[in-house]
Structure formats: C-alpha cells, structure tokens
Design a protein around this ligand. Structure first.
Ligand code: ATP
Length: 445
C-alpha cells in the first residue's frame, strides 16, 4: 500500500504543487487548509506523514505536532517553517515532530526527508503490532542498567512483586514507571490476569469516573447499555493508575474505598460492586506536598504509598547511558534491517553529557531517529541540535587546554556549516588541508 501523506497548509498553490510532486514520487496525498480539516483527514485515513505549516488560520503547527503525536503516535510530522525561524522547528521536534524544513529554502531536502519519515512511520506500525502481539511484556530482569540507583529500584520491585501490596512509583517523566509497574505485575502471582493501565491526567473528572467505575444503562443520555469499568476489567489482576496526583479529589474518595474494602459504585447504580485488584500508582509530582497543599487526600496517600519506589532520573545514572544506548541501537537496527550500526565517540560523548529531561523515553526517541538517519555509524550530526551542543559544553567545561578549546570551536563551526568543510575552513580562516589535519588529530566525527 502507498504511504499516505497529509499536507496541512493554507497556501493552496504551494500545497497543491508539493502534493503533485509527492504523488509523482508514488505517495498518496491529501490536502487540508486548516487544523480542523487536518483532524478530519486524520480520522478518515491512516496517515504516515503530516507535512504541516507553522501558521494556520485556526492554530499553530508547533502545537498541532504535539496533539497529533498524542492521538496518532505512529504518524510522523514534518514542520514547514518560515525562513530563518529555527526556534519553531526546534520546539516542534521537542513536541515530537520528526524534523522541520524551511519553506522555499530546503526544496532538495523535502523528498528524502518525507521518505525517511514514511519509513519511520512504517517502523512505528511494526513496533506497535509487535508490542501488541507480545502483550507488551516487560519483566524485571529486562530492565537495563548497572548503576546502584537502578539496581536498588529493581531489587525493591522484585521484593514487593511477590506480595499483593499497593505500590507507589515516583520519578520524573520517562523514567520507566509504567515499565516497572508492568514488570511488578508480571513477576507477581497475578501475572496470568489482566494488567490494566489508565492515565488519570488524560480525562476530565466525569470521563475518568466512567472509565474507572463503569456505568449502568440509562445512567445518562447516551448510556444505552451497561458498561464495565476498568476496576472490573482488572478484577484479579492489576490496575495501574498513572499520574495519580492528577486525580480529582471526588474520585480520590472512591478509590480509597476500593483500597479499603474492594467496593465501588457504578455510575447510575445504588448497590456497590466488588473487585479484587492490586493497585500500582505512579506520579511525577511531590505527592506529600500535594497533601500539604490540600490537593490530595492524606488517607489515600498513606494507603497508596505503603511501598514506595523512587526511579532515578537518567542524568543521575549516567554510567548506564552507553549500555542503554547500545540496547536501543540493536533494537531499532534489527527492526529496520540495518546491520553493523555503531556510534562515534563524539556522538556517545554528547549523549553522556546531555541532561535528558525526558529520561529514557527521550533517549529511546533520539536513538530511533538516529538509527534511521545514520549511514553505518551514528554521528554527532544524526543527533538533535541541543544534544550536539551538549557535547561541546561538556568538553569546554571538562578541559581548559588550548587544544580542547580549538577542538570545540572547530566542532561548533562544522555544525554551523552542517559539515561543509570548505565553508568551515573559510570561516576559521585556515586552509582546507589544515582543517582536515585537525579533524583527524582531534578525532572529530
Ligand atoms: N528500563 C527500560 N528499558 C527499556 N525501555 C525503557 C525502560 N524504561 C523505560 N523505557 C522506555 O521509555 C519509555 C517511557 O517509559 P514509561 O512510560 O514507563 O515512563 P514513565 O515514567 O511512566 O513516563 P510518564 O511519567 O511520562 O508516564 C517507554 O517507551 C519505555 O518503553
């Protein structure tokens, strides 16, 4: 089947022309002129790549990129920015876009970039179906890392898995709280039963209540039949309440009741129902502080935090970064049939120096993208710009010798010229042969 590309741009002439070019390249193309039309097209048809203008009549492409990624994680987005507006592009990549191109300036890049983004979307589909088939199973021994911080967490998880105790996982976004929750479920005696997860921040109060507790037919307009809630779906298994700190106070009381005696009341019912679930919850907020500020019930906090496991941020276990990087390289190289993929020393150094606000999730995304972009070995230039510059920061901070400053400066200039050595030599005011010699001498990748 032809990959499907959706162009969202209100400059109709330009998008029609681009659409024609992409059709000639063998893609199926749809056009939309507003965010609203874009959403309608996305709902109609599986879309591999969205090419999206920044300024749209009813919104911005930067925000749209984030919203599309949340609703359609398989789809890849390329932002079309105005000339010289790099910050929009960088923000879009942070929001989950595959890349950005400057309108009119980057015409030669469009076709190869769309090809790569479509390839990534196909890979996303394969990974999603593979994860579905394998039941998305994770076990504690698959959690990678040799640092004391992660080994402590795995050890605690192993101990609590065998019990029926409630567990509270804390840690920044992307540290692997859901991975741990699944691993605890898999390693426990409920492993053969369901593991049901819900993100409490993704729903309004009423929707969350309906999802968790279910409803009786006739409970509200449109409730034509009885609907099971997740507490019932997870009976004899585990219910994972992600972002529990976001749960509205009214629902906190209802969850407390489940924890105390296994009882809950469906919407529209008067009699209580019973369930037998193990509750694992997670938060990236300071729940104690939320209790002090009156946003979270203290009695529920005590119940949920019987056994707490704090997951370390990736920057607190930097020694694990090379191993996890290698694991993801193997994983993604295998999925797209690329062989002998390695990583250059400067690229690995940049990964080690970077602060990873998005933790393992961010590292996973960065490696996935780099494996697609690289030719044989992952180079510094295959990494997002903010990570490339963390290599330079690390170097200048760690070494003050003239040589290291010179090396950093050359790297900076090369990155500025996008690897164009003749242009770099001109800016550095040195001969091209000298530049080649220095590149070799300093091992600049
Ligand atoms: N130890 C690990 N090994 C391999 N992949 C991991 C590991 N930990 C996390 N990941 C991957 O990182 C991503 C984020 O993990 P997860 O969803 O568990 O994080 P989280 O802490 O629950 O994030 P959030 O707070 O945003 O919900 C997932 O794609 C997951 O597969």
């Amino acid at each position: 089947m032809k990959p499907h590309i959706l162009i969202i741009d209100d400059e109709v002439k330009l998008s029609t022309l681009l659409g024609r070019i992409l059709s000639l390249e063998g893609y199926e193309v749809s056009l939309a002129a507003t965010c609203k039309e874009g959403w309608a097209q996305l709902a109609k048809k599986d879309t591999d790549v969205v090419l999206c203008d920044v300024k749209l009549p009813d919104g911005t492409g930067v925000e749209l990129a984030e919203q599309i990624k949340a609703r359609y994680p398989v789809t890849e987005i390329i932002l079309l920015t105005a000339y010289g507006n790099i910050p929009d592009g960088v923000q879009a990549i942070k929001n989950g876009a595959f890349d950005y191109i400057t309108k009119g300036d980057d015409n030669n890049r469009i076709i190869p970039l769309v090809y790569k983004a479509a390839e990534k979307a196909q890979l996303n589909k394969r990974v999603a179906s593979w994860e579905k088939q394998s039941g998305n199973k994770n076990s504690l021994d698959k959690i990678s890392g040799k640092s004391i911080a992660i080994l402590n967490a795995v050890n605690l998880a192993g101990k609590v898995a065998a019990t029926d105790s409630t567990v509270l996982l804390t840690g920044e976004t992307g540290t692997g709280k859901e991975v741990f929750a699944q691993a605890i479920h898999q390693a426990g005696k409920r492993a053969a039963k369901s593991f049901v997860a819900i993100n409490c921040s993704a729903f309004s109060k009423d929707l969350l209540e309906g999802e968790l507790f279910g409803h009786k037919a006739g409970a509200f307009t449109g409730a034509t039949k009885d609907q099971k809630g997740l507490l019932e779906e997870a009976n004899n298994g585990t219910l994972f309440l992600d972002e529990i700190g976001e749960m509205p106070v009214e629902l906190q009381a209802k969850i407390l009741r489940v924890l105390e005696n296994g009882e809950f009341i469906k919407i529209g019912e008067t009699k209580p129902s019973r369930t037998n679930v193990r509750i694992i919850s997670a938060t990236n907020r300071d729940l104690k502080k939320e209790v002090e500020e009156g946003n979270f019930r203290e009695d529920l906090y005590f119940r949920l935090s019987v056994f707490q496991i704090a997951l370390p941020a990736l920057r607190e276990r930097k020694e694990d970064i090379p191993g996890i990087t290698e694991m993801f390289i193997q994983q993604f190289a295998h999925k797209i049939n690329k062989q002998n993929i390695g990583i250059s020393a400067p690229a690995q150094q940049a990964l080690n120096n970077y602060q990873w606000p998005g933790n393992i999730r961010e590292l996973k995304n960065v490696i996935e993208r780099a494996v697609i972009l690289c030719e044989g070995q992952i180079q510094l230039s295959d990494l997002p710009v903010e990570i490339q510059s963390s290599n330079l920061t690390g170097k200048t901070l760690s070494a003050f010798s003239i040589a290291s400053v010179e090396k950093s400066h050359i790297q900076k200039v090369l990155s500025h010229t996008k690897g164009n050595k003749a242009e770099a030599a001109r800016l550095l005011e040195i001969g091209i042969a000298t530049l080649y010699r220095k590149i070799e001498e300093y091992g600049i990748g």
